[in-house]
Write a protein that binds this ligand. Structure first.
Ligand code: C5P
Length: 438
């Protein structure tokens, strides 16, 4: 997609990942966007204003006070003469100052003065990313309508490994294209989402209705290898499954989360088993039994390659492309639902459909033998796949409940409280819990 005529104000924060913003500018400009850059004082230690100016083809903005000069563009105008503000790398410090609404340099002043949507690409040490203060700031920013891309998991400049690597320039470009494609962020800003507190940082100080209960959750996609470097996959982000695991843990459950490959941090207080394939996911689920409830939110690949190659498959000049023979993967939901010796008391499946959502889900519940099914429309127009909101229908035997559109966190809390009600045979609502910070 072209970004022709889109105006991006890029706020470059002071982290080692700042060097990647040079490539980001190049990628944005080759797609037709114009890029204007603000460098924080620390960012100028990592990239030179000259390199940034050469790539943007514009002056680089660094000093708040020089902008008060009548000859200069004012900071208000600077922040508003853009279609989107992108903060990359969004350091822990910059995120904290944004969340607090500080305006103590040009970058934060422009971010506070803007009426335009803001996308941040966090980058920091994994411990800083996982720190409760950062989780809190992230939750605040998301509640304020700020969009987030990344961070990714991997080795870090500080020799540690984990989440905190800035999203790659092309991933940030994809997030920007998706934003302009959907054009939804201005609404998100106009009506800030009343998102639930971040699942990682917000402990429940209220009742713990699931204490003593053990619950299995599956989440994310599976990757089915074709050869050592290629695989079959799908677009599941794992956001919904991970949110459910976190919400159940906050209600006191002992949660085992079996997760396919996702770019999400492990939810706090949850035992996470990381797997790649459907076969591995099934084995990990069986190893977790017995459980009181199983929530299968993973988007398990229906098929895998019958025999994957041990060596990388080579393209032969003029040769025929290879054909892949697929075989069916085990159905984890059906296996748990029909388990002879350790069937969980409550088995909940998900049905992601692109048409006839509820009808297909009703038949799926019966076919798979689960108790409840959560149905949602994942056709591309909904933006649910990978997005933060969800509109679901809960099918419990004879009952169909149409839940209004809400964040995936809110779906998770509501479902967790329903599960607590079912396992305790008393119904609690999400409103009964105190999700506030202590
Ligand atoms: O058949 P479909 O993929 O639409 O079913 C969705 C439900 O089944 C989800 O709950 C998913 O986690 C589960 N499932 C599974 N194992 C599979 C395929 C789907 O557990 N192989």
């Amino acid at each position: 997609m072209s970004l022709g005529e889109r105006r991006i104000l890029l706020v470059i924060g002071g982290g080692i990942a700042a060097y990647k913003t040079l490539d980001l500018i190049r990628r944005l400009r080759e797609r037709g966007a114009s890029v204007r850059a603000i460098l924080t004082r620390a960012a100028a230690e990592f990239v030179t204003p000259l390199s940034v100016a050469s790539l943007t083809g514009d002056k680089v903005y660094q000093d708040l006070f020089s902008l008060t000069d009548e000859a200069e563009i004012g900071h208000i105008e600077l922040s508003r003469a853009a279609d989107l503000l992108v903060v990359a790398p969004a350091t822990a410090n910059l995120m904290a100052r944004m969340a607090a609404g500080l305006a103590d340099d040009l970058a934060t002043t422009a971010l506070l003065a803007t009426d335009k949507p803001v996308l941040i690409a966090p980058a920091m040490n994994v411990r800083m990313w996982e720190h409760r203060a950062t989780r809190r700031n992230l939750a605040q920013l998301q509640e304020d309508g700020v969009l987030v891309v990344g961070p990714n998991e991997g080795p870090m400049a500080c020799n540690e490994f984990g989440f905190g690597r800035m999203a790659e320039p092309l991933e940030i470009v994809a997030a920007i294209e998706k934003f302009f494609d959907r054009g939804d962020a201005p609404q998100a800003l106009a009506t800030p989402r009343l998102a639930s507190p971040d699942p990682v940082s917000a402990p429940v100080t209220g009742p713990q209705p699931l204490s003593g209960k053990r619950i299995l959750v599956t989440s994310g996609p599976t990757h089915e290898p074709i050869d050592p470097v290629r695989y079959l996959a799908n677009r599941s982000s794992g956001k919904q499954g991970h949110a459910i695991a976190g919400a159940l843990a906050r209600l006191g459950a002992e949660v085992v989360l079996v997760s396919g490959p996702v770019a999400l941090p492990d939810p706090a207080g949850v035992e996470v088993v990381h797997v790649e394939t459907a076969d591995q996911m099934l084995r990990a689920c069986e190893a977790a039994l017995p459980v009181d409830a199983a929530i299968c939110a993973a988007a398990v690949a229906d098929w895998r390659v019958a025999s994957n190659a041990d060596e990388k498959m080579k393209k032969q000049p003029g040769g025929e492309p290879p054909s892949l023979r697929l075989v069916e993967n085990p159905d984890i939901l059906a296996t748990l639902s029909h388990h002879a010796s350790a069937r969980p008391r409550l088995v909940v499946g998900f049905a992601a459909e692109t048409q006839n959502v509820v009808e297909f889900a009703i038949t799926k519940r019966i076919r798979k033998g689960c108790d409840w099914i959560v149905a949602n429309d994942v056709s591309p127009k909904t933006g649910i796949m990978g997005g933060d909101a969800n509109t679901v229908h809960l099918i419990t035997g004879g009952n169909i409940e149409d839940w209004p559109e809400m964040s995936k966190q809110d779906v998770a809390q509501r479902l967790a409280s329903r599960i607590a009600g079912e396992l305790n045979a008393t119904t609690m609502t999400a409103d009964d819990m105190d999700w506030d910070q202590p």
